[in-house]
Ligand binder design. Structure first.
Ligand SMILES: Nc1ncnc2c1ncn2[C@@H]1O[C@H](COP(=O)(O)OP(=O)(O)OP(=O)(O)O)[C@@H](O)[C@H]1O
Length: 264
């Protein structure tokens, strides 16, 4: 069995209800693991607590009950061994691409020569060689997203947390980025916890898909996606076994979506 890098153990999360003394239960009893070198996608209806789980893994929020462990250690403070790729690229607009990517290394006190080497290789890995001196405003949305991924890869975090990283991209750029991410993460043997609303994206990228229910959210299923790699993200249905895997996820997930019967 592969070693668990992250484990979520019977997580419950209550938040104070804004404007009242009561509490809202958002998560009720979620448990799953992210194994070493595995790509785990989490899907669930809007507001079910997916981002909340990432915040717990990053040590920015402690669960009301249960615990999150990183390589067996209970996370009780900011977890500096995770890398976070947010929904928006969030590069500093006044810094060049190279300076943005270099920042985490500066904060960690990495020596200059090593910094330069790692920045160059991270920028190269995401296909942005030649754009080092561009400012974020001079890059397209997709390129900024690549920059944000390079800024995470550069310090080689033990786990990469991605919160709908491709949600805001156009459909074509999104496919290219999915393909790149698949290659980068398998080459680096990276451990990734990835949030998405998109079942196709989840099935194409993940080794397993965790499906959460509506609030208070529970774990509906944790489905292993045993499709050969590399997977074709451009023509999903050409991947042998894709249709069955998609159907397996959709058959669980569809109960969580309001599909209204309209008579007109
Ligand atoms: N600090 C907070 N205080 C109060 N409520 C919160 C807080 N953080 C999150 N919530 C609530 O918890 C619920 C889950 O939020 P979260 O952002 O984790 O959902 P999500 O599944 O990532 O949603 P989406 O798919 O729409 O991004 C939401 O209803 C939100 O209003």
């Amino acid at each position: 069995m592969t070693e668990a890098v992250l484990s979520f153990d019977a997580i419950r999360q209550d938040f104070p209800a804004p404007g009242s003394q009561s509490k809202i239960r958002v998560i009720e009893g979620i448990s799953f693991e992210v194994g070493s070198g595995k790509f785990v996608a989490v899907i669930g209806p809007s507001g079910c607590g997916k981002s909340t789980l990432l915040q717990m893994a990053a040590g920015l929020l402690m669960p009301t009950r249960g615990g999150v462990r990183h390589r067996g250690r209970v996370i009780s403070d900011v977890n500096r061994e995770v890398g976070f790729v947010p929904q928006q690229a969030q590069l500093f607009p006044w810094k060049t691409l190279a300076e943005n990517v270099e920042l985490p290394l500066l904060l960690r006190g990495v020596a200059t020569a090593e910094r330069k080497k790692r920045v160059a290789s991270a920028i190269e890995a995401v296909g942005l060689g030649g754009f080092e001196h561009y400012f974020p405003g001079q890059l397209s949305g997709g390129m900024q997203k690549r920059g944000s991924i390079a800024r995470t890869l550069v310090y080689r975090p033990d786990v990469i947390l991605m919160d709908e990283p491709f949600g805001a991209l156009d459909a074509q750029t999104r496919m290219v980025m999915q393909d790149d991410l698949q290659m980068l993460s398998s080459e680096a043997g990276a451990t990734v916890l990835f949030i998405t609303h998109d079942i196709t994206e989840a099935v194409l990228l993940a080794d397993s898909v965790v499906i959460m229910s509506q609030r208070p959210s529970r774990l509906l299923a944790n489905i292993e996606i045993d499709l050969p790699r590399p997977r074709d993200v451009f023509e999903p249905f050409r991947n042998p076994g894709f249709e069955a895997a998609y159907e397996q996820v959709w058959s669980v997930f569809r109960s969580q979506i309001d599909i209204r019967q309209r008579s007109h």
